[in-house]
Design a protein around this ligand. Structure first.
Ligand code: SF4
Length: 243
């Protein structure tokens, strides 16, 4: 059942003034069948899963399995299923597209050029994401502003023109200390790579550890210029009206 757009915007405005659990409860009430949460099992996403579990579920959780994730990510994915018992829907790349890409350009084509890197992200992430978001109205993400210069000044909610959906970032203003404190107090299962200098964890060939003081996303596609370091999942500045 579709909720009128004005109601969603009103709910997002109200939610943007609330703490994460209350905000998620409000949005779930506004769009009970069409509020979705994407997890990559990073620390922020694990905190949101813990919060959703605390609310009794009711928000559809999905993940994108690119086929190139770290073994540690599959481990924490398993721990998360065991700990919370919440279903996690999985979206994988289209077989024919992936086979043609690998056959045409090799298994590590992403290092060859920005265009091939973006093509890989498109096949392994962006296209599966479109299937995951089909029919959804509000997309919950674990984005925090301190993760990257690209994410500074973002609104807590925004309209994502590329995907035709409202996005809400409950942890946008959370500091590292607040995140760590939550994880500790709630004993949230976390990816072991965080302990080894990986603040942001994506595909294994495209993520490395960062040095102390480096930008949290400096380890993602480190061979590319900073202003190109998004994979196409999150595009900002598209008519966000939130505070
Ligand atoms: S992060 Fe790397 S391996 Fe993963 S989809 Fe993008 S280019 Fe491909």
């Amino acid at each position: 059942m579709s909720t009128p757009t004005t109601n969603i915007r009103t709910a997002l405005e109200a939610a943007s003034l609330l703490e994460a659990p209350e905000a998620l409860a409000l949005l779930r009430g506004c769009c009970p069948d069409t509020t979705v949460f994407s997890t990559s099992f990073g620390k922020e996403d694990q905190v949101l899963t813990d919060i959703i579990h605390g609310l009794g579920g009711g928000i559809r959780i999905f993940t994108l399995d690119t086929g190139r994730l770290f073994p540690e990510t599959y481990s924490v994915w398993t721990s998360t299923l065991e700990r919370y018992g919440l279903p996690v829907a999985v979206y994988v790349p289209e077989q024919a597209d992936l086979e043609a890409f690998i056959a045409g350009y090799g298994p590590n084509a992403f290092y060859a050029s920005p265009e091939l890197r973006q093509a890989c992200c498109r096949i392994r992430k962006v296209q599966p994401l479109k299937r995951a978001l089909a029919g959804a109205e509000i997309w919950i993400t674990g984005i925090r502003a301190v993760q990257s210069p690209n994410r500074q000044g973002m609104p807590r909610w925004e309209w994502d023109e590329a995907n035709g959906i409202y996005k809400f970032h409950p942890l946008l203003d959370w500091t590292d200390e607040r995140l760590e404190d939550y994880v500790r107090r709630h004993e949230v299962p976390c990816n072991m790579l965080h302990e080894r200098g990986f603040p942001s964890i994506g595909c294994a060939p495209c993520t490395r550890a960062v040095r102390p003081g480096e930008d949290a996303r400096a380890g993602r596609w480190w061979w590319e210029a900073n202003d190109r370091k998004e994979c196409g999942l999150h595009q900002h500045g598209s008519a966000g009206a939130g505070a």
